[in-house]
Ligand binder design. Structure first.
Ligand SMILES: [Cu+2]
Length: 274
């Protein structure tokens, strides 16, 4: 998160976040070099006698001051385009989290787990309910839990107006547009709690729908998602509205019984014919 008197970006904690931070530092380096050179040149011009023996009609000088800025623009643009393509690529995600914006809270849905899905709402914690060490206007009651070192896909959409799911440390800012789904890849490199805020003016309580992402290890994440499914709280099963885990066990039993009956039926038919 941001701290007082902080220069530059927040520390990147995803693979893309670190790349973005690197590009920012690299861009700043070029910017400072250009700014220093221009300042020095202007200073020299100001203190000069405004006469020149060698600069007039100098073809070489014109070539240089055309080619060098062109090269600098390329040096800035090419890494930026490469990074844009890297950010757009979500290859073989292992976990999918669907983020839905509402006026004025977020809800999270975890899919791909045991044939079911787990969803909950995430509201800001009010000032009166804050605990020691909590950040005002940033803390939420249910955090978005993600796993470290796991390629995750975040699908962002909205149910009413345009919102924007933004986590600066992960270099993520995705618009949640009603009727559309935008996706972004996330791969957290180490555990921690990271904060963001809705970044699209979405109504009177726009400032009061923060985002709090808790990155945990893969084992903790696995235990949490299994516990959440078994706890049967806020759970909607993928098939039939039962708890995701229970429905999966029931359907497995059904498949085994049904399969055994089919095999017995086939064998009986085969031997009775022969
Ligand atoms: Cu919003």
């Amino acid at each position: 998160m941001s701290f007082w008197s902080q220069f530059g970006l927040q520390e990147g904690i995803t693979a893309i976040g670190m790349e973005v931070q690197g590009l920012y530092d690299y861009g700043m380096l070029i910017l400072v070099l250009v700014f220093s050179f221009v300042s020095y040149s202007m200073f020299k011009v100001l203190v000069s006698s405004f006469s020149s023996r060698v600069c007039l009609e100098s073809q070489w000088l014109e070539v240089v001051w055309t080619v060098v800025p062109f090269g600098l623009l390329l040096a800035l643009g090419l890494p930026s385009i490469k990074l844009l393509y890297m950010m757009d690529e979500v290859d073989i995600p292992e976990v999918t989290v669907k983020v839905i914006g509402h006026q004025w809270y977020w809800s999270y849905e975890y899919m791909d787990f045991r044939g079911g899905q787990y969803s909950y709402d995430s509201y800001m914690v009010r000032d009166s309910s804050l605990e020691e060490g909590n950040y005002r206007l940033l803390e939420v009651d249910n955090r978005c839990v993600v796993s470290c070192l796991l390629q995750m896909r975040v699908l962002v959409t909205s149910e009413d107006v345009v919102h924007s799911w933004a986590v600066p440390s992960a270099s993520v800012k995705v618009d949640g547009v009603p009727g559309r789904i935008n996706q972004v890849g996330l791969c957290f490199l180490y555990p921690g709690v990271f904060y963001g805020q809705c970044s699209e003016l979405c109504g009177v309580n726009h400032s009061f729908m923060p985002i709090c992402v808790e990155a945990v290890s893969g084992k903790v994440f696995g235990d949490w998602i299994v516990d959440s499914h078994n706890g049967d709280v806020n759970v909607s099963g993928g098939s039939g509205g039962d708890g995701g885990y229970c429905s999966m066990v029931l359907s497995a039993i059904r498949y085994v019984v049904w399969g055994t009956l089919k095999v017995i039926g086939f064998l009986v038919g085969y031997y009775s014919e022969s």
